[in-house]
Design a protein around this ligand. Structure first.
Ligand SMILES: *Cc1c(COP(=O)(O)O)cnc(C)c1O
Length: 390
């Protein structure tokens, strides 16, 4: 008999009862160091006092009103995103897939209103993941995820991630946008090079098309910059955010320049929950912390330390760990054996991680993790590797 919860996930048999900072406690009281953070979503760990008080206060006043009315908390968060990014305007939604769908709609509508309605095609990258709706599945690279779900939304091409010749060859007068993740997450923690991102900007401009970045996973401080595009000093025309921006509360956002969003007039797009007062209280509180002086510098510092320590473990345990990759606190270790088994072994030692493509185990600590907690994780990984190889 089917389970009451539709069995779409292969779940690990643990249930957590509460969380505190970088730690999770399961229903039997076991304590885990959480370097999975709900897949890069609990950006400030669990029960951060500033987030708890902001959400509690808002919960006692007003949760939801719909976008039929002005929502001051939403206007405030949009103003702050605009002030701190390339964007001039922001649309709010509730998930990464919804954000990426929004990005695609903005791009196609731009060309439609600009007198080029045939510019509908989106050129995407191999290894890409953009969500699980029918359209974002077409944008993603995984054939397995698409299989069995009927006719596919048209107009998506894939070229090798990092290959500029292929990207250039894919351009035509039908191209609406180039879509990439500046750091691929699900694909296996693959940072795009600075030169690649800069050239994508040039190609988009040369072929009169738009550049979309999917920063659902790598955005909002994860890379050590507020947005990963800052590392390459390249700005997109449109960008999707979700995961970490609500600190665990479901929030998604579509950011765009005024020009790219010029087709998005009243009535063109919507989302009932999008940007409601409760979600915006959470998102504003996350941003308060991430914008504190020295916060992002500390992400860079801690990320560098963790990556260096992991590189030492790769040398020490070369029979178990193949390599380390990533930027900021978005790191991955490539496993010699199956990544699922390595992740399970980490979990036995009470360290939570997430698997990714290319046999990688993702290491995604809270952005406010302490140096001591990083050392604890490194010690657990060291210990696990010794056990696995003996
Ligand atoms: C997780 C993810 C998505 C989809 O987000 P959902 O909230 O699961 O819909 C899209 N793009 C990237 C890069 C992601 O990591």
């Amino acid at each position: 008999m089917v389970t009451a919860v539709m069995p779409t996930y292969g779940r690990i048999d643990i249930a957590f009862e509460n969380g505190e900072g970088s730690y999770l406690f399961d229903t039997s009281g076991e304590k885990y160091l959480d370097f999975a953070t709900g897949i890069a979503t609990n950006s400030l760990g669990h029960c951060h006092p500033h987030l708890v008080s902001a959400v509690r206060e808002q919960a006692g006043k007003l949760w939801h009103v719909s976008n039929l009315y002005n929502i001051p908390q939403q206007q405030l968060f949009a103003d702050r995103l605009v002030e701190n990014s390339f964007a001039d305007t922001v649309f709010f939604c509730n998930s990464g897939a919804e954000a990426m769908e929004g990005c695609l709609k903005v791009a196609r509508k731009f060309h439609f209103e600009n007198g080029e309605p045939k510019r509908e095609e989106i050129v995407c990258a191999t290894g890409a993941f953009h969500g699980r709706t029918l359209t974002t599945l077409s944008a993603g690279d995984s054939e397995k995820y698409r299989e069995g779900f009927g006719p596919r939304p048209d107009g998506f091409h894939h070229v090798a991630f990092g290959n500029l010749n292929e990207m250039r060859a894919a351009m035509s007068d039908r191209t609406a946008a180039i879509l990439v993740e500046p750091i691929q997450g699900e694909g296996g923690i693959n940072p795009a090079s600075t030169a690649y991102l800069q050239s994508l900007r040039d190609i988009a401009d040369e072929f009169n098309t738009l550049l979309i970045f999917d920063e659902v996973q790598c955005g909002m401080g994860r890379s050590g910059r507020l947005f990963a595009y800052e590392i390459a000093n390249v700005t997109p025309d449109i960008m999707g955010l979700a995961k970490g921006i609500g600190g665990g509360f479901p929030v998604g956002a579509v950011l765009a320049t005024e020009r790219a969003a010029s087709g998005m007039v009243p009535g063109t797009h919507g989302s009932t929950y999008g940007g409601n007062p409760l979600a915006m209280a959470a998102a504003n509180a996350v941003l308060d912390v991430i914008l504190e002086k020295d916060f992002l510098a500390s992400v860079v510092k801690k990320g560098t330390k963790l990556k260096n320590d992991l590189a030492s473990l790769v040398e020490k345990h070369s029979a178990v760990l193949e390599s380390v990759r990533g930027v900021g606190l978005m790191l991955g270790i490539k496993s010699v054996g199956p990544n699922l088994e390595l992740m399970a072994a980490f979990r036995e030692n009470k360290l939570l991680t997430v698997v990714a493509g290319e046999n990688v185990v993702r290491i995604l600590p809270p952005l406010n993790v302490s140096e001591e907690e990083i050392s604890e994780a490194v010690q657990k990984i060291d210990q696990t590797c010794s056990q696995v190889s003996s």
